[in-house]
Design a protein around this ligand. Structure first.
Ligand SMILES: *[C@@H]1O[C@H](CO)[C@@H](O)[C@H](O)[C@H]1NC(C)=O
Ligand SMILES: *[C@@H]1O[C@H](CO)[C@@H](O)[C@H](O)[C@H]1NC(C)=O
Length: 493
């Protein structure tokens, strides 16, 4: 029976061995890191797609299959028994769908060990959004996927790296080169992903996104124009913008983007002053290298190089995730990257092409751009999801009104999730997730024909954005997703 069930227990040390292997592999990898010029061209088969989902939403993940043919996909669920069944039913990684199912927690074994290990451990804080429940699994998924792929890879990184260097730099067979992480209803566009990531060196620790969220102490900024990011190492701002240090522009950072660099940008943008459109609280601005972290919008997703993932220890990462409960997984990932000394590299794709001087231009945002969503799904997305969106909006309004009546944080403009509770000490835990991957119902964006065509050519993914509520027709949403995925599979560009 070819059954790869990898059960990794949250907070237990059983996985210490495999993560130190991963670490060692990562260090070897660093030593053999190639310069961009000699790197072999990136192929879709060198990507890994990671989804975290629930059994009821699994049809969404399956609907994306046509678009990810030949790309290994790791799907993380909560329950080990379910995972075993899914690997059996769908054939696991050797199947035509190339899917590996992983469990984040094993209820059966933790029960027998006499420990009640739910998603939040023994003392469960109040989760106020379904994304909070999925949060820890989501935040652990990149590390679980990395370990699983290294473990199942028949060729150890050291041997292949050596072979590659002695054979004059032919394709170095690392288990993968980039990991793509997004929500279970995000459709990645492999051609476009390869086009973007080909400009980066996977031998360097890199996290990439241009759709970032900030909590500035008062409100959520999404996408944020004050994100603590760096520009790509290859950018020459003297060439692109006429100045080496243009005001209000993040700096290129080489080789790695560190939090300090992102904080410096934010501090300069705000002139060191709080308030105004972006610059919230003192804590948001920070001082020196200590400002608050940004995170990639979940539906828009992010790309992580294998080298970055090789740095992390699973236990330490789990500790970081655990310390931040309850939270959405995407926010935890941002925080734990930050805690480990990494921030995001913003591709600013319009800049080197001379299309804009605005790093944060929404017309050139490649991850989860709502305009691309509209182009790909047309009106079918809102036909299926419109009622759920309306119900969601009504619930948010009701919660906000209730909170205002109770003289809570709504007065500061914070939008609350349905059923949210404001809790002392857990700042903003009840804040809803902004829907920045879909167009606002009122405002059409002034993205003209040319703008749309450029975005269609370059946008790396689209997020259908199926709400995490019970009243959504998952089957109908999956049909919309599948039609788009099939169209994508036929497209040559
Ligand atoms: C699954 O993906 C891996 C990595 O891309 C590839 O080597 C393998 O051949 C794929 N398997 C199938 C059955 O497509
Ligand atoms: C950046 O561009 C300027 C102007 O073309 C050039 O003088 C400078 O050497 C470049 N810097 C680097 C690091 O390549």
């Amino acid at each position: 029976m070819i059954l790869t069930v990898i059960i990794l227990l949250f907070g237990l040390s059983a996985t210490g061995g495999s993560s130190s292997v991963a670490r060692a592999a990562g260090h070897r990898f660093l030593r053999t890191s190639r310069s961009l010029a000699e790197a072999a061209p990136l192929r879709p088969s060198e990507l890994i797609i990671v989804y975290t989902t629930t059994p009821s939403r699994l049809p969404l993940v399956h609907a994306t299959r046509p678009a990810r043919r030949g790309i290994r996909t790791v799907i993380v669920l909560q329950d080990a028994r379910e995972v075993a069944q899914l690997n059996e039913r769908y054939g696991g990684e050797k199947s035509e769908h190339n899917e590996t199912y992983l469990a984040w927690i094993d209820h059966a074994s933790s029960a027998s060990a006499g420990v009640n290990v739910g998603p939040y451990g023994r003392t469960a804080p109040v989760a106020t959004h379904s994304l909070h429940l999925l949060g820890p699994a989501w935040a652990m998924a990149p590390l679980l996927a990395h370990a699983a792929v290294l473990a199942s890879s028949s060729t150890p990184p050291l041997a292949t790296a050596t072979a590659a260097s002695t054979s004059g730099g032919s394709s170095p067979l690392s288990p993968y080169r980039w990991m793509l992480i997004a929500r279970d209803d995000t459709l990645w566009r492999p051609h476009q992903v390869v086009r973007l990531l080909s400009q980066y060196n996977d031998g360097v620790a890199t996290a990439i996104s241009d759709h970032l969220i900030d909590f500035n102490g008062h409100k959520l900024l999404a996408p944020s124009a004050a994100a603590a990011v760096c520009l790509p190492c290859s950018f020459n701002l003297t060439e692109l913008l006429g100045r080496r240090h243009p005001p209000g522009v993040p700096q290129p950072s080489c080789p790695i983007c560190r939090p300090a660099s992102g904080c410096e940008f934010r501090f300069n943008l705000c002139g060191g002053l709080t308030g105004g459109e972006y610059c919230g609280t003192k804590r948001f601005l920070g001082s020196g290298d200590r400002c608050s972290h940004s995170w990639a919008a979940g539906g828009a997703g992010l790309a992580l190089s294998i080298t970055l993932l090789s740095y992390f220890n699973q236990e330490e990462w789990a500790g970081c995730v655990h310390a931040q409960r309850p939270s959405t997984g995407e926010r935890s990932v941002g925080r734990c990257l930050w805690r480990n000394g990494f921030s995001f590299t913003h591709p600013a794709a319009g800049l080197p092409e001379g299309l804009t001087k605005d790093v944060f231009s929404s017309h050139h945002m490649l991850f989860g751009n709502p305009v691309v969503r509209q182009e790909i799904f047309g009106s079918s997305a809102d036909a299926v999801l419109g009622p759920a969106y309306n119900a969601e909006a009504a619930a948010v309004r009701a919660a906000a009104a209730a909170a205002a009546a109770a003289d809570k944080v709504a007065a500061t403009g914070v939008v609350l999730a349905p059923g949210a509770v404001s809790r002392d000490g857990v700042e903003s835990s009840g804040i809803t997730v902004p829907a920045s991957t879909r167009l606002p119902s009122a405002g059409a964006q002034d993205c003209d024909r040319e703008c749309r065509q450029w975005l269609l050519r370059r946008g790396v993914n689209v997020h259908l954005d199926v709400p995490y509520t019970d009243d959504v027709d998952i089957k109908a949403a999956a049909t919309v997703l599948q039609a788009a995925a099939e169209g994508m599979a036929r497209a040559t560009d």
